[in-house]
Design a protein around this ligand. Sequence first.
Ligand SMILES: Cc1cc2nc3c(=O)[nH]c(=O)nc-3n(C[C@H](O)[C@H](O)[C@H](O)COP(=O)(O)OP(=O)(O)OC[C@H]3O[C@@H](n4cnc5c(N)ncnc54)[C@H](O)[C@@H]3O)c2cc1C
Length: 255
Amino acid sequence: MEYEKWKMENTMRITIIGGGPAGLYFAILMKKADPAHQIKIYERNGPDDTFGWGVVFSGKTLANLRAADEESHAEITREFEAWDNVDVVHGDEKISIHGNSFSGIARLRLLKILQRRAEELDVEVSYRTEIQDLEPLRQDCDLLVGADGVNSTVRLRYADQFKPELDLRAHRYIWYGTNQLFHGLTLTFRKNEAGTFAAHSYKFNKTTSTFIVECDPQTWERAGFATMSDDDMREYVANVFAGDLDGLLRITESV
Ligand SMILES: Cc1cc2nc3c(=O)[nH]c(=O)nc-3n(C[C@H](O)[C@H](O)[C@H](O)COP(=O)(O)OP(=O)(O)OC[C@H]3O[C@@H](n4cnc5c(N)ncnc54)[C@H](O)[C@@H]3O)c2cc1C
């Protein structure tokens, strides 16, 4: 009886803003802790939309995911590509460092796995619903969770309470995908007349690798990226990394 009373008092109506990995995973863990929690997620995108290509997990992250929820961990590890090398490519030299356990999975696959698991546990998700006005939602739940990413509306709205500190850095990046498979987490440095570009690449399924290109703002400016079309930029980047991409313009899409 005491337990029933405690349970009634501790069962919560939880509203989560943002159905990315953090919002979905938080919902899954809260439902596991107590299936009686009523949890609703608001996500501005559709269930099949996402930014980005693949994401990587370290071995330590995977161990944490396993400890927290074996079901989704099993699904994630069924899908992923694994490796233990980090390769650094500079000029003609490639140095491989082994003993770093990593794995990659498409960001969309990860989201689909977490969405399914959340639905299985009776989490309600409203897609294509962007939340601007937070107060009515806050007043209508016991716990409001801001899982709305790096430019969080929740954090901004309640900045006086959270007092966040943001440290914005100057480098720019473009997140590409390519059908060239990079076995291992590969960091490649290439230079041209505009400056130095670094590519972070790794395969995340049988046919695709993430290929993130990063440079400092001066290089970005000198390369003319600020006014270049996406297609021209992609061609420019493919030329910078022509030797690493087998000379083919294999970068398939920019996001
Ligand atoms: C180029 C790049 C590469 C990365 N690679 C990796 C990697 O390899 N491994 C890794 O672990 N991490 C990686 N990250 C980091 C990773 O993307 C983030 O840590 C992760 O996405 C954070 O998850 P999240 O759920 O907090 O935020 P997000 O993934 O940003 O999700 C937030 C969600 O909230 C929604 N949302 C925002 N505002 C509102 C609103 N007002 N109303 C409703 N919905 C809203 C958004 O649509 C989004 O779906 C990378 C990030 C970048 C930019």
